[in-house]
Design a protein around this ligand. Sequence first.
Ligand SMILES: Nc1ncnc2c1ncn2[C@@H]1O[C@H](COP(=O)(O)OP(=O)(O)OP(=O)(O)O)[C@@H](O)[C@H]1O
Length: 235
Amino acid sequence: MSTDDNGTPLLAARGLVKAHGKTQALRGAALELRAGEILAVTGASGSGKSTLLHCLAGIVRPDQGSVVYGQERLDQLPERRLSELRRTEFGVVFQFGQLIPELTALDNVALPLMLSGAGRREAQGKAGEWLERFGVRGQKDLRPGEMSGGQAQRVSLARALVTGPKVVFADEPTGALDSLAGEQVMTALVHTAREAGTAVLLITHDAQVAAYADREVWLRDGAVVSEHAQQEMAR
Ligand SMILES: Nc1ncnc2c1ncn2[C@@H]1O[C@H](COP(=O)(O)OP(=O)(O)OP(=O)(O)O)[C@@H](O)[C@H]1O
């Protein structure tokens, strides 16, 4: 695991509280993610995992508590800066890929680069390289509906990593896949994140998926209740 020079976390959340209407989704959750670290967040359904990820990624604001990314308080940043960070420093992968159905795999992956100002040709060139890394270059001209779930999810990973983010937030990335496709997706994610030095916050309720992480935290009723280091993975 790599850390930054002075060992401070890349992302640190303290005392997060978040309600959805009358439901208290987070009740004082706290965690730290270091540069290049792969951290699994596990817990029962409804324990607040997705809400925590949304707060950490600057997608929703907590009602209370702080989220510090580098030198910035995400919970206090204006929307404009948050969306810039989401575009340039963060990548997100959801359970159901959420690729744009009308675009080919190549254009789905090129899109974040074009939104950051790259020309179409340059963006497509880089997108092709990232599809290659995830073993889905052969599917570049297919639309999401024409691919298998595992292929679409590897395209989603390419889209999340193509901009060179510091953190990838992955919310049940294998939740809709069979176990073989899930293993392929996790192997590709972990291998590529390690190579690129990207930190990964991985939400899962699957112990086999959590075993890919360097460290695991357990969420119960909206708070982090335990933490244990993973065995060195021989994968
Ligand atoms: N948009 C929303 N509106 C109302 N309630 C919500 C909303 N989002 C989440 N909740 C509730 O907040 C609690 C925490 O939900 P969250 O999705 O964060 O948990 P989770 O651990 O990710 O669950 P799962 O594993 O089932 O996805 C749950 O009781 C859920 O029903």
